[in-house]
Design a protein around this ligand. Structure first.
Ligand SMILES: [Zn+2]
Length: 267
């Protein structure tokens, strides 16, 4: 962000530029980025807002806004930093969970003394949700929470939509680009769509992916699963058989059982 400070005369010799923000090194294009601009993008991400909302905020506040291209460029940098921060946070959380189990179970403590990376069994609560209600959402998330500590230990975000792909498909439909051009573009395209299927199936898929990677990535077996009344995710995990020789069992939540019984009595 840059403003110009004018003295009494508009002659160049009385004019000088003043930067109102410190500048950061922008590694993505070997250039500098204004700290305040990067922070504006971070603000939008933290509030779950997009470019249009950010434009409204700066308009109301009487501040200069970011160009869309600048917003998109900083968006990539900020997203990469956020992912790194989240992964680091999850790593620390899992270490805390392992320590917590070792503190209450002498066998686990002994196991971890012999091998700090040994696989241990834990009990988790699993649930999934969507960006929109009514099973029409393009985005869904599944979350695993360790029951003992209450800490989130893993999550999986599923997207059945990619805006870049949608724009290309629209262009193809209008005859602006050919199939060959799209195929060549796809070779280097980092697609946002990581799931094909119904919104309802997202919850099961998220569970399947997290159980499938729990041992190899986190050295944890989610051996007890607490989830809501819908057992579809549990059935999916059981059919996956993620831990040969170790059965995954379902825990019943008293609140969900209570709710289901209440509904049944009322009907
Ligand atoms: Zn795509």
């Amino acid at each position: 962000m840059k403003t110009r400070e004018y003295r009494e005369y508009s002659d160049d010799k009385y004019r000088r530029s003043v930067y109102t923000s410190t500048r950061l090194r922008d590694e993505s294009r070997n250039d500098v980025a204004f700290d305040v601009n990067v922070r504006m993008v971070l603000l939008a991400h933290e509030l779950g807002l997009g470019y249009a909302a950010l434009r409204k905020i700066v308009k109301v506040l009487g501040l200069p806004g970011l160009h869309l291209k600048t917003y998109q460029r900083h968006g990539k940098t900020v997203t990469a930093a956020e992912i790194e921060r989240d992964l680091e946070s999850l790593h620390r959380t899992r270490e805390q969970v392992r320590q917590a189990y070792a503190d209450i179970d002498a066998d686990v403590a002994e196991l971890l003394r012999e091998d700090a990376d040994a696989v241990i069994n834990i009990s988790v609560s699993f649930d999934g949700t969507w960006q929109k209600r009514g099973f029409t959402s393009h985005y869904g998330i599944g979350v695993c929470i360790d029951i003992f500590t209450g800490l989130v230990i893993d999550f999986e975000v599923l997207s059945s939509y990619c805006h870049a792909c949608a724009l290309k498909e629209a262009a193809r439909h209008e005859g602006k680009i050919t199939d060959e051009e799209i195929d060549s573009w796809r070779e280097t395209h980092d697609c946002a769509q990581n799931f094909r299927g119904s919104s309802k199936a997202m919850e099961q898929e998220a569970a399947k992916r997290m159980w499938a990677r729990s041992v190899s990535r986190h050295q944890l077996r989610y051996i007890q699963m607490l989830s809501d009344g819908d057992s579809a995710a549990f059935r999916e995990v059981v059919s996956l058989n993620p831990y040969p020789g170790h059965e995954v069992v379902k825990l019943e939540c008293i609140n969900h059982a209570h709710k289901r019984m209440g509904t049944a009595i009322k009907c």
